[in-house]
Write a protein that binds this ligand. Sequence first.
Ligand code: NAG
Ligand code: NAG
Ligand code: NAG
Length: 453
Amino acid sequence: MKFLVLLTLSALAGAPSVLAKQLKIDGVHTNVEIERRSYDESRVRTEHGVYLPGHVREEHETIAEIQIDLKHTSKPPSQTSRTIKRNFEKRQTPTPVTGGLANVSPVPTVAAGKSDLYNRGQFEWSANIKIGSQTFEVLVDTGSADLWVAGSQCTNCGSRPKYTLSTSTGARNLSIPTASTYLGGRTVRGHLLEDTVTVGGVAVRSKFASVWDGASQLTSDIKWSGILGLAFTKLSPTLYPRGYYNWFEEAYRAVKFKHGIFGLYLHTTQNSWGGDLSIGGVNPAKYRGNIAWVKIVEIGTWKVNFNGINFGTTAVTSSVSKAVVDSGTNFILIPTADFNKITALIGGGIINADGTYGVDCKRKKDGSLPNITIKLDGNLKLTLTPAQYILYNPGDANWCNTAFLPSTGLDFWILGTNFLKAYYTAYNIGWVTANNSDAKIGFAVAYPYALDL
Ligand SMILES: *[C@@H]1O[C@H](CO)[C@@H](O)[C@H](O)[C@H]1NC(C)=O
Ligand SMILES: *[C@@H]1O[C@H](CO)[C@@H](O)[C@H](O)[C@H]1NC(C)=O
Ligand SMILES: *[C@@H]1O[C@H](CO)[C@@H](O)[C@H](O)[C@H]1NC(C)=O
């Protein structure tokens, strides 16, 4: 049998390093240790004492995608048929991103802050932040601008960690009512407070909402305590009219970092840490090739010009001309008219109950489908291969979904997490003192390569 595992080993020059991991072998969870011994030599030891020779590739951080082929583990270890292959060379390498704006100055690659991100079931990427000395898991959302967490007075926020104002010295209640509304009309209500908010090690006194009514967002299947909005302050109905700033713009204005830039990498291993939010710069370990930049066309969300797609060599025009990059939305949410055109080209599938288009999983890799290229701002082309835009379905190994989801009345595309797993994104808020003029967003091929989303 075969299984795939994506490993991220910390770089330890010279000394052997050991990573303990639990893998599923023949349906049974097995503890293994992966030992990196030298640059290109490593081995895997299972709890039953089976040694598997393998290769672990070293980069700035050591990362390996290893395919382990175990024929039969019941034979004595010495006779166990086993191979561990380096998949890197064998598999398709994404084409680096080209196009975008000319003459963009290089961005800082040493960030002022860095936060690990947790992948919750391939749907949500969250960070642990601190407010005062209290820690909260928050959804990292480039599609909204407010920061809020469940407050201790909330009676419908479930049993997750909640913020207690009285135990935070120096915290202040601004007594301003807040309401943050999300797609689908779900709203949380609270009051605006002020306290020291630390994200990825960067601490700044900042406004945030302590929520007393979280019913519509903080359902029992949601594990996090709130949302960290990383769109422009201008989108916030509470902060913007009062001349306040959201966390990122506040930290930038307080010169906690020199460049108003953050970078986002969404890793593909579910229920694990390994994503990356870098603050004040980008993290070059998480992408390959250049970052290609395009201008933000409307300050609010991260909105760019969109010129439709190519389905292989067939150009597909869209009913809309803008796209929003949003880490808080799953899938690639698109107007129904566009969805109908794309699914007609894919063909052979059915619309599932949840609105996705279902096709046979074989089509991820059987050559029956072309690449889809998303075209931004005239000359930037971002490709998704069939293996990337056809998604495995958690409940069904044979029947897959496409990464596209229709939404009626949407007047832009939303490039959500199923797009962001393939592309590292860099966000430059521009000149905060001049209405964010010159704001840009950059795209590069995410690394480790997301060959299946
Ligand atoms: C599809 O995209 C992949 C990855 O970027 C690339 O390697 C491949 O050549 C593309 N296929 C075609 C037919 O352009
Ligand atoms: C903040 O003040 C408002 C209005 O005075 C009050 O209703 C709210 O409960 C306070 N919030 C906290 C977290 O104490
Ligand atoms: C920023 O926007 C405000 C309000 O729309 C306007 O008065 C001001 O001139 C703008 N400033 C710049 C530098 O564009």
